[in-house]
Design a protein around this ligand. Structure first.
Ligand code: HEM
Length: 548
């Protein structure tokens, strides 16, 4: 699940014993299994964070102040606290982006700070006024670049090697934490996408069978049926409000691949409304200040009612699947019938299902909407995709999903390019749990590190003319093998459904374009960074290709 805003990891803070203190508070221990941080300050306004751990006192188990970083800016007035017990290997990156052990760079320094920051506010203004412009400008300054939001150091990763180093996380220096994840946990629970590393591996292993390649042909048929059902309601000349309509389609496909035990027809509209309420609730302000969600406002009450409807639905379905005990070839069967003695508990199934529903539906809908927008802009490209789609429609049911996908090279190119230029997940955060390095740069413990597909996908050296929509750049190339193309992340938390999501986008696009042509309506369409990178203001007029 997705993105977000560079915000401080406030809940990790525990009171430090006082200005100039050199030791962690004696009772400082893990908070909810996570590592808290003590702040040490030399001036009353500035603060840097350092991990506190509960170890018996004794030689070597003390906290010592390290010498200042070589290039630390004197005006910062900071010293770095470093735990002697947990020190990540320092050094450059090997070819996978993993730290090269034993190769400590002599002159590893702090990342450069992006220009344009203001005293106190830091980069808050450019973030709020032109977040995408800010992100795209960062690689000019280095492979890791510092932004400031107030006094909080945030580091944006700007090279593919550095992104691999963080996402592969072979030394466990990074974890999911901070205000964004706390906000998400309060909504989707402690599921696979939001839980800390300590819990993640097991959840991932248990859910993985639901996303294996062998399942794709069944899912492909389910998705095709949903596309047919949604497009059957469209009329020649109709103007489509594209994002809500694609949310309907994604909700149907997601529910059908997840719960095919019975027909969910009557419930789909209510569940789609819950998903919409969830997305609308995720404003930038609420992500920065999740406390706003607890105020007794009408909007919050409506949202809570929606959330309760979703949870009730999931609880009833989990109970029904457990009782039934059969494998229906859907995601929920996989989650509930695992033979593993270490199977998912009801709460784990519910939290993971929430992630899959909310994250999966919202990201996929945004991808569909951008793809339709692009085809509406280019009639020649649209015709190519329509030809492919009509050719695969002649194939019989005996073809596997992989065979169908192989016959849709142009459609796949369009999807790969949509995921590059308008990657739905445009930014997602991590926190450092120890002092560490990314490439030749030192990153202190307790910092927020932002991974951004948007940043990488708009580097002209990796993708020439990055703002051009050019699906032909993918001819003969498998995007999953292309350096710097990371719409699904990478490493241990890479989107577990990346194969399903890519197939869904491709087959749904082909299924729509086979019968419908989209025409742009007046008005501008612009990318709006919310939970995902949405096409704001997108309406399209429909014409039927072969009117009945
Ligand atoms: C275009 C569609 C999608 C995009 C762009 C997308 C993107 C992502 C990204 C970037 C992550 C990694 C976030 C991180 O490392 O912090 C992720 C994780 C995840 N996604 Fe997706 N996703 C999509 C569709 C889906 C769908 C359809 C499902 C489920 C059916 C899904 C389920 C998940 C789950 C469960 C995780 C957490 C994986 C883990 O932490 O191990 N996603 N997704």
């Amino acid at each position: 699940m997705p993105p977000m805003l560079p915000v401080p990891s406030s809940r990790f803070l525990v009171p430090a014993p006082g200005p100039g203190a050199r030791r962690a508070a004696p009772d400082a221990g893990p908070v909810d299994g996570r590592v808290p941080y003590a702040a040490t300050r030399r001036d009353p306004l500035a603060m840097r964070l350092s991990p506190c751990r509960q170890f018996p006192a004794g030689p070597g188990n003390d906290y010592v102040e390290s010498p200042s970083h070589g290039d630390e800016r004197p005006q910062d007035g900071w010293r770095i606290m470093r735990s002697p017990l947990r020190r990540a290997p320092r050094g450059g990156l090997d070819h996978d982006g993993a730290p090269e052990r034993g190769k400590a760079p002599e002159h590893a320094g702090r990342p450069p700070r992006a220009p344009g920051g203001r005293p106190l506010l830091g980069h808050v203004k450019p973030l709020l006024t032109d977040p995408l412009g800010l992100l795209a400008s960062l690689p000019r300054h280095g492979e890791v670049v510092e932004l400031r939001f107030g006094r909080t150091p945030t580091y944006v990763v700007c090279s593919p090697e550095a992104a691999q180093r963080v996402l592969r996380n072979s030394d466990h220096a990074f974890d999911k934490g901070g205000v964004f994840y706390e906000n998400m946990r309060s909504i989707v629970g402690d599921g696979m996408a939001t839980c800390p590393l300590a819990k993640h591996k097991r959840l991932r292993r248990l859910a993985q069978p639901a996303f294996q390649s062998g399942r794709m042909t069944g899912y492909a048929r389910t998705i095709q049926a949903q596309v047919d059902a949604v497009t059957a309601t469209w009329r020649h000349g109709q103007v489509l409000d594209v994002l809500p309509e694609m949310r309907s389609l994604a909700t149907r496909s997601n529910l059908a691949t997840m719960f095919c035990r019975r027909d969910l027809g009557p419930e789909v509209a209510g569940l789609r409304q819950s998903v919409t309420d969830f997305v609308d609730h995720q404003t930038i302000l609420r992500m920065i200040a999740p406390g706003l969600n607890r105020l007794p406002t009408g909007r919050n009450r409506r949202y809570r009612a929606s959330e309760a409807r979703l949870l009730r639905f999931l609880d009833e379905e989990i109970a029904a699947y457990r009782k039934d005990g059969k494998d229906h070839g859907d995601l929920m069967s996989m989650f509930t019938t695992a033979l593993d003695s270490d199977r998912l508990s009801d709460k784990e199934v519910r939290d993971t299902a929430m992630t899959v529903l909310l994250g999966g539906i919202t990201a996929t809908a945004v991808g569909h909407a951008w793809a339709l927008h692009q085809l509406s802009q280019d009639s020649a490209l649209d015709a190519e995709v329509a030809d492919e789609a009509q050719a695969v429609a002649q194939l019989g049911q005996e073809h596997t999903a992989a065979e169908v996908m192989a016959r849709l090279p142009r459609t796949r190119g369009v999807v790969a390019e949509v995921l590059r230029r308008r990657s739905p997940s445009y930014i997602f955060p991590r926190v450092t749990v120890t002092d560490t390095t990314i490439g030749s740069r030192r990153i202190p413990a307790g910092a927020q590190v932002l991974l951004s597909p948007y940043v990488l996908h708009h580097r002209p050296d990796l993708f020439p003319s990055p703002e051009d929509f050019d699906p032909y750049r993918w001819d003969g190339r498998d995007p999953h093998q292309v350096k710097g193309w990371l719409p699904f992340g990478a490493g241990e938390s890479k989107c577990i459904a990346y194969e399903l999501a890519f197939m869904d986008l491709t087959l749904s696009l082909a299924g729509i374009v086979r019968s419908w042509r989209m025409h742009p309506c007046p008005g501008s369409v612009r990318p709006r960074p919310r939970l995902h990178l949405e096409p704001h203001g997108l309406t399209l007029r429909l014409t039927e290709r072969n009117p009945r």
